[in-house]
Design a binder for this molecule. Structure first.
Ligand code: FAD
Length: 470
């Protein structure tokens, strides 16, 4: 990986490796061979992040006689699934607030399905012996400005009415859990979130698939999908897979179906990982409950502890590059990493002197409604699930079952959901896409600085049910 010129964008970044902490792990598996020559399968899964791996695993769990092949451009879990914050949220809708705004009539069902999904993930991890630092910590949303606290109060009422066991906290109460002079209050949700080592979860799912007979080929990018009699054929540079059904789990990467090209945009999200905190540094912040934390601005930070008490600190900027560019060099940003480091020490001045060991970035597949959408192509022979935005760690398992339901062609409770049946509006083509996203980011930043007041552009987007988020 190219080392970006200003590794010392902030003094605490001087020794930070430009690499993904989670992937830099002795537990990383040896790659399996690339596809060579033509093969056949009942189901082909394209992409091996959580979405593809859950689809393959659920496919054989649901029907052990089904032959399944997975093709992956790089190594399983190398992209978003191996480099995220590791927040495993029960929400299928990118948070309760987004679900309430878009699907108020079926949010109770979506909440229940989300809870079941989180429990099933935990069960799978246990049953299959996946060593991935699973911690059911819950989540703490913190307010750093009075208008954010007012929004959390409203959210607490709505969540309470919907049966969520949440607790609103004043500044003193939130600082007792985690101490930052920037906090004016918070909302504790002890049940809806777990934390995980994201790459180890992906590798564990990969192992489970291999153990159940799924054939995985890494370094095998699908370049084309064609109809072939009653099935489909996917081509790679050195082989092909003929399959009756195909599940497309390619996230932010260029989709194999033309119709999906405007449905998502790749957005870079950036992360820092600190060195392990000493016992005295840890006691200076508290954090006995080890909750995953998010602040409540439009441009928000998310942070958490790792098993060895490092702090992962990410978010804030969500960067879109003209023409939906995705390149390895874009994973390092002096500007954003430096900004994140500054924000970290503003939040935790008592940790001055702590250094960061790793810095990285990755792409998320943002869609205009922030929650996944689903569909089929080739007369029901191919299905896709995309648009998880920044909350796909758990939701991809739900999406995997939706894709399998759609490919089976039988209606289920999942496929009857409005959220599953309806798709979001697309983004416009360039140059309007870039201009619109930049204007939206500028407006969101301004709203954060002006007590949450949304300008006419954001209000127009809100009225149309459109937006940009990470
Ligand atoms: C920095 C960061 C932090 C995040 N934090 C969180 C978080 O804390 N909690 C949360 O819920 N979500 C988080 N997310 C989002 C979450 O990681 C994703 O929603 C989730 O991993 C999506 O899984 P996926 O399988 O769809 O995508 P990916 O993991 O990107 O997998 C898609 C795979 O498809 C492969 N592929 C693409 N095209 C082809 C092709 N033509 N042929 C073969 N293979 C192909 C890619 O190589 C890739 O491996 C974060 C994302 C990022 C980047």
């Amino acid at each position: 990986m190219t080392v970006s010129a200003g590794r010392s964008a902030h003094p605490a970044l001087a020794d930070a490796e430009p690499a993904v902490f989670w992937l830099d792990d002795p537990a990383a598996p040896e790659p399996v061979p690339a596809l060579a020559g033509p093969i056949e399968a009942d189901l082909l899964v394209v992409g091996a992040g959580y979405s593809g791996l859950w689809t393959a695993l659920r496919a054989v769990e649901r029907d052990p006689s089904r032959s399944v092949v997975v093709l992956e451009t790089r190594d399983c879990g190398h992209e978003a699934s191996g480099r995220n914050g590791g927040f495993v949220s029960a929400s299928l809708t990118h948070g309760f607030g987004n679900g309430l705004a878009r699907w108020p009539g079926e949010l109770a069902t979506l909440d229940r399905l989300g809870d079941d999904n989180l429990r099933d993930i935990s069960d799978t991890i246990q049953r299959r012996g996946i060593d991935c630092d699973w911690e059911q910590t819950g989540e703490l949303s913190v307010a750093t400005a009075p208008h954010q606290l007012a929004e959390l109060e409203e959210l607490a009422v709505a969540m309470g009415r919907a049966g969520h066991d949440v607790e609103l906290l004043d500044a003193a109460a939130v600082r007792q859990r985690l101490d930052s002079p920037t906090y004016v209050g918070g909302l504790a949700d002890p049940r809806g979130t777990a934390l995980v080592h994201p790459a180890r979860l992906a590798w564990g799912l990969r192992r489970a698939c291999l153990d159940l007979g799924v054939r995985i080929h890494e370094h095998s990018r699908v370049t084309r999908l064609d109809q072939d009699g009653a099935g489909l054929v996917a081509h790679t540079s050195d082989g092909s897979v003929r399959a009756g059904r195909v599940a497309l789990a390619t996230n932010a990467f260029p989709p194999l179906l033309r119709r999906l090209r405007l449905m998502t945009v790749p957005v870079y999200d950036y992360v820092l990982m600190s060195e392990p905190l000493s016992p005295s540094q840890l006691s200076a912040v508290g954090w006995a409950g080890r909750e995953g934390v998010g602040d409540s601005a439009n441009q928000f930070h998310y942070y958490r502890l790792t098993r060895d008490n490092r702090i992962l600190w990410g978010g804030y900027d969500a960067v879109y590059h003209y023409g939906s560019r995705i390149e390895r060099d874009l994973e390092q940003s002096d500007r954003t990493h430096g900004l994140l480091a500054r924000h970290f020490f503003e939040t935790f001045p008592q940790l001055e002197g702590l250094r960061f060991s790793h810095r990285w970035g990755g792409v998320i597949d943002t869609c205009t409604r922030f929650a996944a959408f689903f569909g089929t192509a080739y007369a029901g022979r191919a299905a896709y699930a995309l648009g998880y935005t920044g909350l796909g760690v758990a939701a991809t398992r739900f999406g995997a079952d939706v894709m399998l339901d759609l490919l089976d062609g039988e209606p289920t409770q999942r496929t009857e959901l409005e959220m599953v049946r309806r798709r979001p509006l697309p983004f416009p083509p360039e140059p309007a896409r870039y201009a619109g996203i930049q204007l939206t980011r500028w407006s969101l930043n301004r709203a954060d600085r002006r007590g949450g007041r949304r300008n006419p552009w954001l209000r127009a987007l809100d009225a149309a049910g459109l937006g940009f988020d990470s």
